[in-house]
Design a protein around this ligand. Structure first.
Ligand SMILES: [Zn+2]
Length: 113
């Protein structure tokens, strides 16, 4: 899988998760097969963040990632990709990558806006 890079650091799409008066920025992590949550930023901005990865083999742990904040809401993309379940997350934390998790990691990331 090829990722867009900026200064050698991956660039991921971020989606605003608006829940009433609260908003977070959600980023799909293909290593953890999980939506990581960061503080919301304005649509159209690009911001660097330290990765919240729990998968010890995540390449994002080295230098974090850039997040390009899209106008697409998290609710519109959340169900377009299958996340790891709780047992798979525990295994990932322990550094175990099953065939099922490999298939989750191979999913195409949520579409560009
Ligand atoms: Zn991660």
């Amino acid at each position: 899988m090829t990722e867009r890079l900026r200064d050698g650091t991956p660039v991921l799409f971020g989606y605003i998760d608006q829940r009433g008066q609260y908003a977070d920025l959600r980023v799909w992590c293909r290593w953890c097969c999980h939506w990581h949550t960061h503080g919301a930023q304005p649509v159209g901005t690009t911001t660097h963040r330290v990765a919240h990865c729990f998968a010890p083999d995540s390449a994002y742990q080295r230098g974090g990632y850039w997040i390009e904040v899209t106008a697409t809401e998290y609710a519109a993309v959340a169900n377009t990709i299958k996340a790891a379940n709780a047992a798979q997350q525990r295994a990932l934390c322990a550094g175990r990558v099953s065939d099922a998790v490999r298939r989750l990691r191979d999913q195409p990331s949520p579409a560009a806006p």
